[in-house]
Design a protein around this ligand. Structure first.
Ligand code: SF4
Ligand code: ZN
Length: 325
């Protein structure tokens, strides 16, 4: 099959758009989608100057998504004196898994000459995921603890580095899966929160000094295309599965989504288009609703100082339960 734009061999076919693209045109189309997303999410710094640049903290795990994100951000903004980028890697304390991906992060940051910071659950929270998975005091999946800890550290360190934005590598599949899970769980508040956290929510969030605006510039790019891009560009991505990966529900949704996408190409895109509109409405419904715990009634956690709607934040509660075992 030939590329739609030139006569070279196509390396990919996108069912949802019908496009066949060669290596160069495929990579250019990924770059273009990411840059468009950054523009449309109003991420470009409006009043930053070379003397007073913006700081962008990128969550870099060493997996293909965050590696591709970091690469494209560096290509696009690496020479822009108005933006300083810091790659932040979080080590969960998972034997034989995270060490290799940390190597990939170090290699990439070196290649790009980007500031790189590494923080660990063990140093910052006093737990390792391997121990958490074994103790499991709350009878939950390991990812349920891990997600809370990761979010806490990302926010805490982004804040410490003076981040104006916190960027993560969620791709289209991740986002469509999360959207579907929120629907199926009937969790409208989560939908609203998702909006505030990632979907054009910058303006609203900027009014609240306590939050660092989040962005997911890869959210228009399907997972397979992110993987192909990493491969074609020979990026140092680390691809193995975490031994504690256990989100059973997400696994089912993934299978369902693959089938839907195969039979009805474009399903992920249409889920996200509808979801964004609904999330908008949901965010309006819940914004300022102080009783829901997600409105403006936030205070500092008594133990760690993180912003929380309770006296003690979820992370501190989990740590307490783990330490009690
Ligand atoms: Fe943590 Fe789950 Fe990811 Fe493993 S798969 S790193 S336990 S969130
Ligand atoms: Zn706390």
């Amino acid at each position: 099959m030939e590329c739609d734009k030139c006569s070279r061999d196509a390396v990919m076919h996108a069912g949802y758009s019908g496009a066949h693209l060669c290596e160069d045109h495929f990579c250019a189309s990924v770059d273009k989608r990411v840059r468009r997303r950054i523009r449309e999410d109003s991420m470009l710094p409006s009043d930053a100057t070379p003397e007073d640049p913006e700081t962008w903290v990128i969550g870099l795990s060493g997996g293909k998504d965050s590696v591709v994100l970091t690469h494209i951000l560096d290509e696009t903004f690496g020479k822009d004196p108005r933006i300083e980028m810091i790659a932040l890697t979080i080590h969960e304390g998972i034997e034989g898994y995270r060490d290799k991906s940390v190597d990939a992060c170090v290699e990439l940051a070196d290649d790009l000459d980007m500031r790189h910071e590494l923080v660990t659950y063990e140093d910052e929270i006093g737990v390792k995921m391997d121990d958490v998975a074994e103790k499991d005091p709350m009878d939950m999946a390991p990812c349920a603890y891990c997600g809370v800890f990761r979010r806490d550290l990302l926010e805490r360190f982004a804040d410490e580095y003076g981040a104006d934005k916190l960027l993560t590598g969620h791709n289209l599949d991740d986002e469509a899966e999360t959207a579907l899970m929120n629907f199926l769980e009937g969790d409208v508040k989560q939908v609203a929160k998702h909006f505030d956290a990632s979907i054009g929510g910058f303006d609203d969030r900027n009014e609240q000094d306590d939050f660092i605006p989040r962005a997911k510039p890869l959210r228009d790019v399907p997972e397979k295309e992110v993987a192909l891009y990493a491969h074609l560009k020979d990026l140092p991505a680390h691809i193995t599965e975490c031994p504690h990966a256990s989100e059973a529900f997400r696994g089912e949704i993934q299978e369902l989504m693959l089938k839907l996408e195969e039979n009805h190409p474009g399903t992920r895109h249409s889920i996200m288009a509808g979801y964004e509109e609904l999330a908008h409405l949901a965010a309006e419904r819940y914004r300022g609703d102080g009783d829901d715990g997600e409105g403006p009634d936030l205070n500092e956690c008594e133990r760690c100082g993180s912003m929380t709607a309770r006296d003690v934040c979820r992370k501190c509660k989990l740590v307490e339960a783990i330490e009690a075992v």
